[in-house]
Design a protein around this ligand. Structure first.
Ligand code: SF4
Ligand code: SF4
Length: 102
């Protein structure tokens, strides 16, 4: 699946991991708009890891049991730097008229 700046989404290590021992089954993570989780036997299961929005941590921030973790954000920032993601996104946003041309 193409993602951005010529990078395939499955080359980007980003998505939630649930610690089942900490999970208190509050269900909040099921509110994810990308449907990354499914409810299996009373707990959330990550079923669409690569549909997680790169850089998003909302479910982890709101998790009652503090049970959701993510890969190292600095690794993600390193990838953005190495692959020119910031400048590619800026160019795309200018082309879409969401940012003024420089
Ligand atoms: S981090 Fe965001 S997009 Fe990813 S699973 Fe959680 S709420 Fe959904
Ligand atoms: S938000 Fe956290 S505690 Fe609640 S169901 Fe999801 S993983 Fe479990």
């Amino acid at each position: 699946m193409p993602w951005i700046a010529g990078i395939q989404r499955d080359q980007v290590n980003w998505g939630p991991t649930v610690d089942a021992d900490k999970c208190v089954s509050c269900g909040m993570c099921m509110n994810c708009g990308k449907k990354v989780f499914e409810w299996v036997e009373g707990k959330p299961k990550v079923v669409r890891h690569y549909d997680c929005v790169v850089g998003c941590t909302t479910c982890g921030n709101l998790c009652l049991g503090n049970a959701i973790s993510f890969p190292d954000l600095q690794e993600l920032r390193r990838l953005f730097k190495e692959r020119g993601v910031w400048s590619a996104v800026k160019k795309a946003l200018i082309a879409e008229g969401k940012l003024p041309a420089e």
